[in-house]
Design a protein around this ligand. Structure first.
Ligand code: IPD
Ligand code: CA
Ligand code: CA
Length: 269
């Protein structure tokens, strides 16, 4: 992607993200209409839809040849990632948004022919923007994030996990997960994949592991994590398919191989 064009896109995306976040903060105590999607705990609110509609309208007006891959139905039905694609989660962490009124984020990744060029993750209530352009480093507001430490040991690491392996159709044996939880120093669950990626980039988590995420949960985070030397793949260490749901493990590269080899490869045998 032409760098001048990328800078313009980045500035525009940032302006829209901050404006959408301000609107959400202004309306945070307004009554919400809450619907459910795939199951009774899969929530969506009018705010998710309004926010996505805002981005879709602005993008289609200003960049009619760009594409949108997004959660709430205002995007395009894409079969490829050819061209410029905005991958949008208008509110990541809707359950937190509904129950806690905090700990949720707007997540936007801008990809060119499948390559992540821009990542923006906005922690709306804390007014903190994590952002990155490919090969230009990652930032938390104005602070440049340091490269991830190379001396991290699994025994001293903190992993963010969600608990899908406890559910039906689980992909891993829960005894494998027990072994992993006992091995690391601690585990956390924040309920917003985008923020969990941002925390990995910030180095306050050493990894985030989950069994199923959509492209809009990870698109921005992957760009940001990549810029501090982090890696993202599925639980077999393979590249993610950005048009489908995937298991996802984003982490400091120092712990990636050990966890995959010791807990997922062996765990399947
Ligand atoms: C969800 C959050 C959550 C993760 C779920 C996602 P949503 O996104 O990121 O932390 O565990 O898998 O679907 O539905 O709040 O945008
Ligand atoms: Ca999400
Ligand atoms: Ca969402």
């Amino acid at each position: 992607m032409d760098l001048e064009l990328r800078d313009q896109l980045y500035a525009q995306a940032k302006e829209w993200v901050l404006a959408a976040g301000k609107q959400i903060r202004n309306k945070i105590n307004d009554p919400l209409v809450i619907d459910t999607k795939s199951n009774p705990n899969d929530l969506v609110t009018t705010m998710d839809k309004e926010t996505e509609a805002f981005f879709a309208t602005e993008i289609k007006n200003k960049y009619p040849d760009h594409f949108i891959l997004s959660e709430e139905g205002f995007g395009d039905d894409l079969k490829t990632l050819d061209g410029t694609v905005w991958i949008i989660d208008p509110i990541d962490g809707t359950m937190n948004f509904v129950h806690q009124k905090r700990n949720f984020a707007i997540s936007i990744g801008i990809y060119q022919d499948g390559v992540g060029e821009i990542g923006l993750i906005y922690d709306v209530m804390s007014d903190i923007l994590y952002h990155a352009k490919r090969n230009e480093g990652a930032y938390k507001d104005k602070e440049k994030l340091a490269p991830l430490k190379s001396d991290v040991k699994l025994e001293q690491s903190i992993l963010s996990l969600n608990h899908f392996w406890l559910c039906e159709n689980r992909l891993v044996d829960e005894r494998v997960m027990q072994g992993l939880v006992k091995k690391v120093r601690g585990t956390r669950t924040y309920g917003s994949a985008a923020l969990e990626f941002a925390y990995v980039a910030e180095g306050i988590l050493d990894g985030y592991l989950t069994m199923t995420l959509s492209p809009w949960d990870v698109a921005a985070g992957m760009v940001i994590v990549n810029e501090v030397g982090g890696v993202t793949g599925n639980i077999d260490g393979e590249a993610l398919n950005m048009l489908k749901r995937n298991s996802v493990f984003t982490c400091n590269p120092v712990i990636q191989k050990d966890i995959i080899d010791d807990y997922f490869v062996k765990g399947k045998k």
